[in-house]
Ligand binder design. Sequence first.
Ligand SMILES: Cc1cc2nc3c(=O)[nH]c(=O)nc-3n(C[C@H](O)[C@H](O)[C@H](O)COP(=O)(O)O)c2cc1C
Length: 189
Amino acid sequence: MRIMEDKLNIFGFAGSLRKNSFNKAILRAASETLPEGVQLEIFDLEGIPPFNQDFEHTPPEKVRQFKERIRAADAILIATPEYNYSIPGVLKNAIDWASRPSGDNAFEDKPVAIMSASGSMLGGARAQYHLRQTFVWLNMRALNRPEVIVNYADKKIDKDGKVTDEETRRKIKELLVALINWTRRLKNK
Ligand SMILES: Cc1cc2nc3c(=O)[nH]c(=O)nc-3n(C[C@H](O)[C@H](O)[C@H](O)COP(=O)(O)O)c2cc1C
């Protein structure tokens, strides 16, 4: 996708490779609620191999694309599941690639917001805080509020991957607006 220069460009990815992923669904819902002058590019982490530091200076093509898209973005939006009280390996792996080699961290100074979705009662909240810890060393500008934690996701997202719960759609929109304002404030854009 070509990025229009004058638009505010948000780059989104989900920490799940699953076809019917709830987290991919909430990212799609975000793309359905964009204000004028803002675009959201969604990237699939499928195909990013396990990180190997031997290749950090010569990363695979998919990683090169990932880093290029992050660099082109004004802000980052991550939707993640919680795996075993933390973030999934696929997400951490992709972040590790994009943060290397030393001095070439693609996430440097980027505004970022998080959402999480899970069938459980806590909706992936614990993973959000582990992800925030990673942002500290990445030197990202994390948005604090609102927190979008989609619990009981199986009741709020239908089998076609549509977010049917109005309150969830409203919260996602609220997060987007806050991320846009935060990004403009940081970039004077
Ligand atoms: C390996 C694994 C560990 C999981 N651990 C947690 C967990 O700690 N907390 C939680 O709320 N859900 C947990 N789940 C359930 C996931 O949140 C649920 O499968 C969710 O739908 C995954 O996100 P996705 O739909 O975007 O793929 C786990 C699932 C897997 C596969």
